[in-house]
Design a protein around this ligand. Structure first.
Ligand code: AMP
Length: 304
């Protein structure tokens, strides 16, 4: 197994309503989904903060996945909370409430043993915190980053400063359009790639994923699923599968990135089948490999 994968991001209580049900104060957060998905492929180190109200059983779950929790801080106050809603067209969440709580004053402390990561994922969190973590570690081989409208609208300049230093930006199409200030994704990609990231991965919900870099464009569909209950966390789960797989192979070539995108898509396809992290709780390697093969069949065609 190749080097270590470090993630900083949010840990949350989510309240979510979709046309297929609802859940209140369930386990969520960008770091939570990311690290759980990545843990199926590689060792993960986590930096995040929770409040006094965060149940030990959630920590135990992450520990049971083998995730290194040395960088998880528990502080006085309440855990970050997010409330969102999805319409029948499940692709984009509408944020109803964001309560930063302990995230508001969080200044990540990096344990010494975390300072030389092979790969770093800057999960959806304040871009100033993302930069802070990036500057406190030795330059990793690969730095990837996610964000969302909340930060694109509220901290655009800080976000661009962070993006100057990342290799791969992973965002959804709505966010990409807001950041690139254009409706055409090819134009958006050009603009974003000219300002730092060498690769841009745009997540398009049920329509799959597009990756742009200077030389290539790659597209992968999402697996058509019989049941989608809650898309929350699909993006972070995608990123966890993608980075986890990359960390396990150490193959950062264009082909390696493409294969990792498929593993990211495989992982996301599980998360959306249940609320919160419920589907990931009873997932095994064999199911992951079966779905990887399903992806190959879905996208295979013969040339004449
Ligand atoms: P996604 O993978 O894009 O669906 O991300 C969903 C997760 O992002 C949820 O579990 C939320 O707890 C978390 N989240 C939502 N808003 C924010 C925010 N402003 N900062 C950090 N995390 C957030």
């Amino acid at each position: 197994m190749m080097g270590k994968l470090l993630v900083v991001g949010s840990m949350a209580f989510d309240s979510v309503r979709t046309p297929f049900g609802e859940a209140s104060d369930v386990l969520g957060g960008s770091a939570t989904y990311f690290s759980t998905a990545a843990s199926f492929f590689t060792g993960v180190e986590l930096i995040a903060v929770v409040g006094e109200d965060f149940p030990e059983q959630h920590v135990d779950f992450l520990r049971s996945r083998g995730i290194d929790l040395e960088g998880l801080e528990r502080r006085k106050g309440k855990t970050f909370r997010w409330k969102g809603e999805y319409s029948y067209q499940l692709n984009e969440a509408q944020t109803l409430e964001t309560h930063l709580n302990v995230l508001e004053t969080f200044r990540p402390h990096i344990p010494d043993q975390y300072r030389t990561p092979q790969m770093l994922f800057l999960g959806n969190i304040d871009p100033e915190l993302q930069l802070d973590v990036l500057e406190k570690v030795e330059r990793p081989r690969i730095v990837a980053c996610d964000t969302m409208n909340f930060w694109i609208e509220g901290k655009r300049e800080a976000l661009w400063r962070t993006l100057e230093k990342v290799d791969i930006l992973v965002i959804n199409d709505g966010e990409a359009r807001a950041l690139g200030e254009d409706s055409n994704l090819v134009q958006v990609a050009k603009r974003i790639l000219s300002r730092g990231p060498k690769n841009l991965i745009i997540k398009r919900g049920e329509y799959g994923v597009l990756m742009f870099n200077e030389k290539h464009t790659f597209g992968a569909p999402a697996l058509p699923l019989e049941q989608v209950k809650d898309p929350t966390g699909a993006g972070d789960t995608f990123a966890g599968g993608f980075m986890g797989h990359l960390a396990s192979t150490g193959d950062y070539s264009n082909e390696g990135l493409r294969r990792a995108i498929i593993f990211g898509s495989v992982m996301a396809s599980f998360t959306v089948e249940e609320f919160s992290l419920d589907r990931l709780r009873h997932l095994d390697k064999r199911q992951i490999e079966d779905r990887y093969r399903e992806f190959r069949r879905l996208t295979h065609f013969e040339d004449i």
